[in-house]
Design a protein around this ligand. Structure first.
Ligand code: ADP
Ligand code: MG
Length: 658
C-alpha cells in the first residue's frame, strides 16, 4: 500500500547511503505509509494520560498471534515444535530501560512486517484517523486524548511510552528471522536475523519521562486491569529469573457467569469488539445436550463503524474447543444481528477441517439458531423491564434489526414486537406495535403509516391532517429498510399496514373530533360551491393536467391544505420512489393522484367560479398551480419551475391590482 523500500537489499540492488551507514549491510530502511506517520506523530506527542493501554494492545496482539498459531497447528502440528506451551512473557530491564513483551505465537515474516507494522492494518485504526481528521483544527492535527484510549490504535500506541521500538520475530515454520526497528519518525528498518526465536519479541525503549512502566508493580496492575480475560498465561519475569503469572489464564467464557465481574466483561468486550464504550447487554449462555456450546456475546452501546457496509458481515468469533477458528464465520450470526460482538465456542465441531467446510456444517446452523433465539428473548426482557434503556438500543440498531422482519420469517413476530416507532402522537417517545393497536379508534382496521426521511419533516405532511382530526395515530417509517419489509410483512396479528400516501384514505367512516380549528379553512363563507360545482372543478383540473396525473379526486385526508399527492393503490409509494432515485436505482416515474380538499376555501372558490363562468385560462393556470403546490408539499422538485413562476406572477398581479 504505497509502501516500497527506500533502499534495496544489497543483494538485489545497489546499497545507498542510509544502509551503508547502518551497522550491517543487510539492513533496509522503509518509509511508513503516510497515514501511519501521522498516527505515530500523534502517539509521540500524545498528551493522553492513560498510556497504560499500550500494554493492553501489545498483549492483545500476542494473544491473537498465539490463537493463530494454535489454529495453524491443527493441520501442521510441527509448527509448535518443542515450544508447544503458548504464553506471553513480560520482562523488565531497568538498567537498559527496556520493557519486553515476548510471545511464542505465529510471528511475522518480512512481508508481514511491512504490511502489518508499516501500514494501517485494521479498520478500527482507520476509523480513529477519520475521527482525528474530523476534529482537526486549523490544519494542525489536534489529538483528542480520549480518542486514543477509546480506539487503542494497536501496535502504534507503544510509541506513546517508547522512544524506540524493536520487534524480533520469526514466522512459525520459517528459517528466516527478522529484526524490525523504529523511532517512530517516518522510517523503520528491517534486518535479517536468523537467531530470533519463533513468535514476536517487542522491545520498548521506555522514555525517561515514562520510567513508571519499568516498575513491576505498575505492570502487574495494568495486566490485571486490562488483560485478565486473556486465555493464555501472561508471565512477569523477575530480575532473578523467577516467573510470576499475572492473569487467571483461562478463557473468560469458560468461567461460571457468577464469577465474572462487570469490569472483566468490559475488558473482554473491548478486546473482542474493537470498540470503545461498554457492552449495552451481555448474553452468556451455555448449552448442553445433543451438542455443547458456549456463547458470550454483547450488544454494543454504540454503532460499529461498518454497521451499514454492504457486506453486512458480523464479528462474532468462532472457537472450537477453545481454539480460535475465525471471526468471519458466515452463518454463525444472521445479518440483522451483525452488531453483536463476542464469541461462540463449540465442543462438538471438528477441529481439523478447513474454515470453509466448517461453515457448511449443519451443526453450525443449529448453534446459530440457539444463540439467536436467546439474544431475541433477552432483548424482549430488556424491552419490558427497561423501556428507556431499550430505546437507546433501538436508536442504535433498530434499523438493522428490522432487516430480520423480512429475512427471518421464523422470528418475524418476535422482531415486530421488538420494533419501535415514532408516530403522529408519540413526540420524542418510541412506541411499539402493541402500543399502537391498543390506542386504535373504533372501527380502525389497519395500521397506518407514513414514510419519509425523518419524523420532524413528516409531522408537517398534509396527508396527516385527516388522521389528526380523527385522532387516528400514524406511524412514521423513516428507515430505508422499512420500504423493504412493509410490502412483505403484510400483517401484524390480523392488522394490515396501510401507507397514508397510497390508495384512497377512506376516512369518512371515522368521526372527526377536532373540528374546531382543523377545519378553519372551510369556515369562510365568502364562496359557496355546490357538490356539482366541485365535480366540475375536478373534471376541469383533470382535463387541464392530462397526462401529468393519474387521477384527480376529492379527499378526506385533508383538513387544512387544499391539495396533496398520493400514490395510486398498487403503485410504488412516493417516498420509496424517491429513495430508489437517491440510490441511483432504475425507477420509472409513476403518475400520482392529485387529491383535492373540497372543504378548503380556495378549492371552494375555484369550484364556484367554474360553476358560474365555466373554463377559463385563469382556472387552467390555477389547476397547474394546485398540482405544483402539492408537489412542493411533497418536497419534490417542480418539473417546470419557469411556468410555475409565470402562472404565480400572473395570478398575484391580477389579485393585487384588482
Ligand atoms: P490489530 O491487532 O487490530 O490488527 P495492531 O496495530 O495491534 O492492529 O497490529 C497490526 C498487525 O500486526 C496485527 O494484525 C498482526 O498481524 C501483526 N502483529 C502485531 N503484533 C504481533 C505479534 N506479537 N505477533 C504476530 N503478529 C503481530
Ligand atoms: Mg492489535
Amino acid at each position: 500500500m504505497g509502501e516500497a523500500p527506500v533502499e534495496e537489499k544489497p543483494e538485489s540492488g545497489a546499497a545507498k547511503a542510509e544502509s551503508a551507514k547502518s551497522e550491517t549491510a543487510k539492513s533496509e530502511t522503509h518509509e511508513f505509509q503516510a497515514e501511519v506517520s501521522k498516527l505515530l506523530d500523534l502517539m509521540i506527542n500524545s498528551l493522553y494520560k492513560d498510556k497504560d493501554i499500550f500494554l493492553r494492545e501489545l498483549i492483545a496482539n500476542a494473544s491473537d498471534a498465539c490463537d493463530k498459531l494454535r489454529y495453524a497447528a491443527i493441520t501442521e502440528p510441527d509448527l509448535l515444535g518443542e515450544d508447544a506451551e503458548l504464553k506471553v512473557n513480560i520482562s523488565i530491564d531497568k538498567d537498559a530501560r527496556t520493557l519486553t513483551i515476548h510471545d511464542n505465537g505465529i510471528g511475522m515474516n518480512h512481508d508481514d512486517l511491512v504490511q502489518n507494522l508499516g501500514t494501517i492494518a485494521r479498520s478500527g485504526t482507520e476509523a480513529f484517523l477519520k475521527k482525528m481528521k474530523a476534529s482537526e483544527g486549523d490544519g494542525e492535527a489536534v489529538a483528542d486524548p480520549n480518542l486514543i484510549g477509546q480506539f487503542g490504535v494497536g501496535f502504534y500506541s507503544s510509541f506513546m511510552v517508547a522512544s524506540k521500538v524493536e520487534v524480533f520475530t520469526r514466522r512459525a515454520g520459517d528459517d528466516a528471522g527478522w529484526h524490525w526497528e523504529s523511532k517512530g519518525r517516518g522510517k523503520y528498518s528491517i534486518l535479517r536475523d536468523d537467531a530470533v526465536a519463533r513468535g514476536a519479541r517487542i522491545v520498548l525503549h521506555v522514555r525517561k519521562s515514562e520510567a513508571d512502566f519499568l516498575d513491576p508493580l505498575r505492570v502487574r496492575h495494568i495486566v490485571s486491569t486490562y488483560s485478565d480475560h486473556i486465555s493464555l498465561p501472561i508471565l512477569l519475569l523477575g530480575e532473578d529469573g523467577a516467573a510470576e503469572t499475572l492473569n487467571e489464564g483461562s478463557a473468560l467464557w469458560t468461567r461460571p457467569a457468577s464469577d465474572i465481574s462487570d469490569d472483566q466483561h468490559k475488558e473482554f468486550y473491548r478486546h473482542v469488539a474493537h470498540l470503545p464504550g461498554d457492552p449495552w447487554m451481555t448474553v452468556h449462555m451455555h448449552a448442553e445436550g445433543r451438542f455443547e456450546y458456549t456463547a458470550l456475546v454483547y450488544v454494543p452501546d454504540m454503532r460499529p463503524f461498518d454497521l451499514f457496509d454492504p457486506a453486512r458481515t458480523h464479528r462474532v468469533r468462532l472457537y472450537v474447543k477453545r481454539v480460535f477458528i475465525t471471526d468471519e464465520c458466515e452463518g454463525l450470526v444472521p445479518g440483522y444481528l451483525r452488531f453483536m460482538r463476542g464469541i461462540v465456542d463449540c465442543n462438538d465441531l471438528p477441529l481439523n477441517v478447513s474454515r470453509e467446510t466448517l461453515q457448511r456444517n449443519p451443526l453450525l446452523a443449529k448453534i446459530s439458531a440457539g444463540v439467536v433465539k436467546r439474544i431475541l428473548s433477552e432483548l424482549e426482557k430488556k424491552a419490558k423491564k427497561e423501556p428507556g434503556k431499550f430505546a437507546e438500543f433501538w436508536e442504535n440498531f433498530g434499523a438493522v434489526l428490522k432487516e430480520g422482519i423480512y429475512e427471518a420469517s421464523d422470528h418475524r413476530d418476535k422482531l415486530m414486537k421488538l420494533a419501535r416507532f415514532r408516530s403522529l402522537t408519540s413526540g420524542e417517545n418510541w412506541i411499539s406495535l402493541d402500543d399502537y393497536t391498543a390506542a386504535m379508534v373504533e372501527g380502525q382496521e389497519a395500521i397506518y403509516y407514513l414514510s419519509g426521511d425523518d419524523a420532524t419533516g413528516l409531522e408537517k405532511s398534509p396527508q396527516l391532517e385527516g388522521f389528526k382530526s380523527r385522532s387516528i395515530d400514524v406511524l412514521f417509517m423513516t428507515d430505508p429498510v422499512d420500504q423493504f419489509w412493509l410490502p412483505t410483512a403484510v400483517n401484524f396479528g390480523e392488522l394490515p399496514f396501510r401507507s397514508i400516501t397510497q390508495g384512497s384514505a377512506d376516512l369518512d367512516k371515522f368521526e372527526t373530533v377536532a373540528k374546531s380549528d382543523a377545519t378553519e379553512a372551510s369556515d369562510g363563507d365568502e364562496a359557496q360551491a355546490s357538490e356539482g360545482d366541485m365535480d366540475k372543478l375536478i373534471a376541469l383540473v383533470k382535463l387541464t393536467l392530462g397526462d401529468e396525473v393519474k387521477d384527480v379526486r376529492t379527499s378526506s385526508r385533508l383538513t387544512e391544505s387544499p391539495v396533496c399527492l398520493v400514490a395510486d393503490e398498487g403503485d410504488v409509494d412516493m417516498h420509496f420512489e424517491r429513495l430508489l432515485r437517491q440510490h441511483q436505482q432504475p425507477v420509472t416515474s409513476q403518475k400520482r393522484v392529485l387529491e383535492i380538499n373540497p372543504g378548503h376555501s380556495l378549492t371552494r372558490a375555484l369550484a364556484g367560479l367554474v360553476g358560474r363562468e365555466g373554463a377559463s385560462e385563469a382556472l387552467e393556470d390555477a389547476a397547474h398551480l394546485l398540482l405544483d403546490q402539492a408537489r412542493i408539499l411533497e418536497g419534490e422538485a417542480l418539473p417546470d419551475p419557469a411556468s410555475f413562476s409565470r402562472r404565480l406572477a400572473g395570478i398575484l398581479t391580477k389579485t393585487l391590482s384588482a
